[in-house]
Design a protein around this ligand. Structure first.
Ligand code: FE
Ligand code: FE
Length: 283
């Protein structure tokens, strides 16, 4: 096994846990305001890097590079198992492996009687983290996503770290709309690069549009939780974001009474994958 985690987080879940702690519904107000005080220094350093390096130019380069889907050919189940070999410093007794997080999410969706494509989306939503195996640093794999090419909203976590972003010195990127037209639609907006956009590129020909919105925008907390970019959304995005919001609690809060057992569940999920995907897909 190789250690492919490249950055200040001890595990990629450290970022997920941080988001969870920010959005906990039962959080005391004061505790919420003070989330920074309790934040792990690794998380802070992670956001410092993320906000400094995610520029429009960087995003366009990564989209061009990975959009070709020439990195790999692999089946979806194999990708899940491959992702599970990510080595990190998280505690194996309390922290979930990648495949367990995937299955807790999908099993919670299944238990609520949602359509099969929704269950499948829960299972695969984080497969874009395969970016780690291409040597991408953590700040280009996870983190809340945000539009580039326009002013950074102060609703984005740690907004002060954008001072170090080269785009902050480009006046045309610093108006509210930047390079975009009012309500141009998310299809024309470039979000910071990470596992959401990568998996969208991989799955865009195989899943219903609702599923693709969930995959592509699940880390876009400034949009789907803070409503900070309504001036870029069109009516269709608004409709589709209701699906992103439906998905989000399963990602953040699904806690099964027992840990899912990948071995027992594998036959169900390989059938489900085969319903939507060919044997191998391009990555
Ligand atoms: Fe994710
Ligand atoms: Fe997730």
């Amino acid at each position: 096994m190789q250690d492919v985690l490249n950055g200040p987080l001890e595990s990629l879940e450290q970022w997920d846990d941080f988001v969870k702690s920010r959005y906990r519904a039962d959080k005391e107000k004061d505790e919420f305001r003070n989330y920074r005080a309790g934040a792990n220094p690794g998380v802070e350093e992670f956001y410092r890097q993320n906000h400094a390096h995610q520029t429009l130019d960087f995003v366009l380069r990564k989209k061009a590079e990975y959009g070709l889907l020439k990195k790999n050919r692999m089946g979806v189940w194999d990708a899940l198992e491959h992702l599970n070999t990510l080595v990190d410093d998280s505690d194996p007794d309390t922290d979930l492996s990648q495949i367990e997080h995937a299955m807790q999410t999908s099993e919670a969706i299944r238990a609520d009687g949602h359509p099969r494509w929704f269950v499948l989306t829960g299972l695969i939503h984080d497969l874009g983290k395969m970016l780690c195996f291409e040597g991408e640093p953590q700040w280009a794999v996870v983190g809340d996503t945000f539009p580039v090419g326009c002013r950074h909203s102060d609703k984005i976590v740690y907004p002060e770290f954008f001072e170090a972003n080269a785009d902050s010195k480009v006046p045309k990127y610093q108006t509210e709309l930047g390079i975009y037209e009012p309500h141009c639609g998310m299809h024309d907006v470039h979000l910071s690069w990470g596992h959401d956009e990568y998996l969208y590129q991989v799955t865009k020909n195989f899943l219903p549009e609702e599923a693709l919105y969930m995959i592509r925008y699940h880390s876009f907390y400034p949009g789907h939780r803070e409503n900070a970019y309504d001036h870029l959304l069109n009516d269709h995005d608004r409709e589709m974001f209701s699906w992103v919001r439906k998905f989000n609690p399963y990602d953040l809060y699904s806690k099964a009474a027992s840990r899912p057992d990948p071995k027992t569940l594998k036959p169900y999920y390989t059938d489900l994958i085969a319903e939507y995907f060919p044997k191998e897909v391009n990555w």
